[in-house]
Design a binder for this molecule. Structure first.
Ligand code: ZN
Length: 269
C-alpha cells in the first residue's frame, strides 16, 4: 500500500539526529511520498534544498501566520525563485491564527494576501493553516484566491459547514493524528460526512502524534495509523482508503504517477 504524507516539517530539529532513518521507516511503511512544509523564508529554503534530487520528496514554501512579523515583503522574489523549482509543489503553510493572545490579525492578513498572490503567480496550490479565524480566512479566500489552483486545509478541525465552505472553494481537507485522539469524536463525525475524494492524510510531524503515541514525536511512518482510523470511520477497507487518499494528494499537488519506480513531477511552464 502506498500513502502520501501531505504535511511534515522535516527541517525540525527533532529530526536532526535521525532524519535519514525517519525517511527509511516511512518508506518501509509505504509512505514514500511526502511534502515538507515551510513556515518562513529560511525553512522554506531548507525544504526546497533538502528535497532536491530525492525521489518522492517535495517541498512547500510560505510564511506561517504566527511568523508573519518575520516576513519582509521586499524578499518575496526569493520565494518566487524557490517556486521555479518543480519539486516545490505548493505555497504553505499560510493562513490566519488567532489562538495566541495579542495575535496581530491585520498583519497576518497582509502576509496571507501576499502569499496568495505568490501562489497565483506561480500557479501552485495552497496549504492553509487556520485556527480560530476560519470565518475571516474564508472571506479572504473568496476575495483573493483562484479556486482552480486547488489547495488543502491542513489539520482540518472545523464543523461540517466549514468543511463544505472549504470544499466549495475547491480545497481538500487533511486529517492527521488528531483524528485518532480519544476525545476527537466530533471531528470523526464531521469526517464521516466528507467525501473520501476530498480527504488527504498528513502527520504534521514532529507534532500531533496519533493516539497510541500521543505526546511523543510524530513522523511520516505513522500515516498508516491515521489511514486505519479513517477506514474505520468510513467502513471501508484500508486498501481503498490508501488508494483514494494517495490519488487525491497526487491530484492536489500535481504529482506524476509512479511508473516503474520512477516518479515524475510535472513541471510548470
Ligand atoms: Zn504544519
Amino acid at each position: 500500500m502506498e500513502y502520501v504524507d501531505t504535511h511534515v516539517h522535516l527541517d525540525d530539529a527533532r529530526y536532526d539526529a535521525d532524519r535519514e532513518a525517519v525517511l527509511e521507516r516511512a518508506r518501509a511503511e509505504g509512505v514514500g511520498t511526502l511534502v515538507s512544509i515551510g513556515t518562513s523564508l529560511e525553512d522554506s529554503r531548507w525544504a526546497a534544498e533538502f528535497v532536491r534530487g530525492r525521489e518522492g520528496l517535495h517541498a512547500a514554501v510560505g510564511v506561517h501566520p504566527e511568523l508573519a512579523s518575520g516576513y519582509d515583503p521586499a524578499r518575496r522574489g526569493e520565494f518566487e525563485a524557490l517556486l521555479r523549482d518543480p519539486k516545490v509543489v505548493a505555497v504553505g503553510e499560510v493562513g490566519l491564527d488567532a489562538h495566541r493572545p495579542g495575535a496581530d490579525l491585520e498583519l497576518q492578513e497582509r502576509v496571507l494576501r501576499d502569499m496568495l498572490a505568490l501562489a497565483r503567480g506561480a500557479g501552485r496550490p495552497l496549504v492553509v493553516h487556520v485556527r480560530e479565524a476560519v470565518g475571516r480566512l474564508l472571506e479572504v479566500l473568496r476575495e483573493d484566491w483562484d479556486p482552480a489552483l486547488g489547495g488543502v486545509f491542513h489539520c482540518f478541525s472545523g464543523d461540517l459547514a466549514t468543511a463544505r465552505a472549504a470544499m466549495d472553494l475547491n480545497f481538500d481537507l487533511a486529517v492527521g493524528g488528531v483524528l485518532t485522539f480519544k476525545n476527537a469524536g466530533a471531528l470523526r463525525e464531521v469526517v464521516a460526512g466528507v467525501p473520501l475524494e476530498r480527504l488527504v492524510l498528513e502527520t504534521d510531524g514532529p507534532w500531533l502524534a496519533p493516539q497510541e503515541r500521543r505526546g511523543g514525536r510524530n513522523e511520516p511512518a505513522y500515516v498508516p495509523s491515521v489511514a486505519r482510523c479513517l477506514a474505520g470511520i468510513k467502513g471501508l477497507p484500508l486498501e481503498r482508503v490508501a488508494e483514494q487518499t494517495t490519488a487525491n494528494a497526487r491530484r492536489l499537488f500535481r504529482l506524476g504517477a509512479v511508473q516503474g519506480g520512477a516518479e515524475q513531477t510535472r513541471g510548470w511552464a
